[in-house]
Design a protein around this ligand. Structure first.
Ligand SMILES: Cc1cc2nc3c(=O)[nH]c(=O)nc-3n(C[C@H](O)[C@H](O)[C@H](O)COP(=O)(O)OP(=O)(O)OC[C@H]3O[C@@H](n4cnc5c(N)ncnc54)[C@H](O)[C@@H]3O)c2cc1C
Length: 148
């Protein structure tokens, strides 16, 4: 059985723009953690693997919820877009079948209803199911931090 310990105190912030999120990160400590769907992070906090002083919930950041496709520009997936949303996005089903297949095998319906591709990649587990298809499709990650 999983050993669930008491969760230490941490500050919780839920910014509503990318600028606000980056400003908070700029002034926070190195132990701050970004929260997307929380399917990995919440468990890690409960198990005491990470003890963040700040949890920054990015689900409400519009820039990170962008999901767009166009013929010339291709596919843009915001880091906070949930996996189940990707699985109902026609452009992915039509043009990125490999990615749709990868998303469809992640966890369960409940996990896909909360989890994001951003979280799958940032968690950096060797078993992350979306990583191989993203590499095969030549995906590029757009990174931002409080310092640029
Ligand atoms: C029961 C169960 C089954 C699972 N099955 C699978 C599976 O089959 N395949 C698979 O690949 N994964 C699986 N997972 C792992 C997990 O659900 C996925 O990796 C999911 O996509 C994580 O997304 P999330 O939004 O919940 O991430 P979170 O838990 O919110 O975050 C995960 C990590 O990424 C960081 N992070 C998140 N977003 C950002 C961001 N925008 N910028 C910087 N850092 C960020 C967080 O700080 C944290 O360290 C499973 C998990 C559970 C609990």
């Amino acid at each position: 059985m999983t050993d669930i310990r008491s969760v230490g105190k941490f500050e919780y912030r839920a910014p509503i723009s990318l600028d606000e999120a980056l400003n908070i990160l700029r002034t926070s400590g190195a132990d701050a953690r970004v929260l997307a769907g929380g399917t990995d992070l919440v468990l890690q906090i409960k198990q005491g693997q990470v003890r963040p002083s700040l949890v920054l919930d990015v689900k409400g950041v519009p820039e990170l919820n962008r999901l767009e496709w166009s013929e010339p520009d291709g596919l843009h997936i915001g880091a906070a877009v949930r996996l189940n949303k990707l699985l109902t996005f026609n452009a992915i089903l039509e043009h990125y079948t490999m990615l749709a297949q990868a998303c469809s095998v992640i966890g369960s319906v409940q996990v896909r209803n909360r989890g994001t591709m951003g979280g799958d990649i940032c968690d950096a587990a060797p078993s992350a199911d979306t990583a191989p298809s993203l590499m095969c499709l030549g995906a590029k990650a757009v990174l931002a931090s409080g310092n640029g």
